[in-house]
Design a protein around this ligand. Structure first.
Ligand SMILES: [Zn+2]
Ligand SMILES: [Zn+2]
Length: 135
């Protein structure tokens, strides 16, 4: 049997995998997630400190949901977390679109087939044109 201390409350529980968090804390976190999700839906322009304060949630927890892409923010939302590769502010996930594309290219290059499909440079119509002038 695998037992661990809950990272959140310190209680010992039967660890079954994933994050070391006991079932009751997990449930609480899920409830909190619903609260945050509803709050963001009603306040699409809320910032991270605002959400944390209003919903009484840890910044790290909030960021984790953003990394897991469980929370979705609109493009004009002030919420942002840095891309893990280059530090550009993004709304969800781990990497910005540019790094994601680079990673995808790197991946396909390592398993390159003789007949690689032609990759056309993809233009994101939602992309911020101002970004292209930042060198
Ligand atoms: Zn716990
Ligand atoms: Zn990046």
């Amino acid at each position: 049997m695998n037992v661990k201390n809950c990272r959140r409350c310190g209680k010992i529980f039967n660890y079954i995998g994933g994050q070391p968090i006991c079932p009751s804390c997990r449930e609480e976190i899920e409830k909190k997630f619903e609260v945050v999700k509803n709050y963001i839906r009603e306040n699409p322009k809320a910032s991270i400190p605002q959400i944390c304060e209003e919903c009484e949630v840890d910044t790290s927890q909030l960021q984790q949901w953003i990394r897991e892409e469980r929370l979705v923010f609109s493009d004009d939302s002030p919420v942002g977390i840095p891309c893990e590769k280059c530090g550009t502010m993004i709304h969800a996930g781990k990497y910005c679109d540019k790094c994601k594309a680079e990673l995808a290219n790197g991946l396909s290059a390592s398993i390159a087939k003789p007949e690689a499909p032609k990759i056309e440079p993809k233009r994101d119509p939602r992309g911020n044109p101002a970004m292209r002038f930042l060198k």
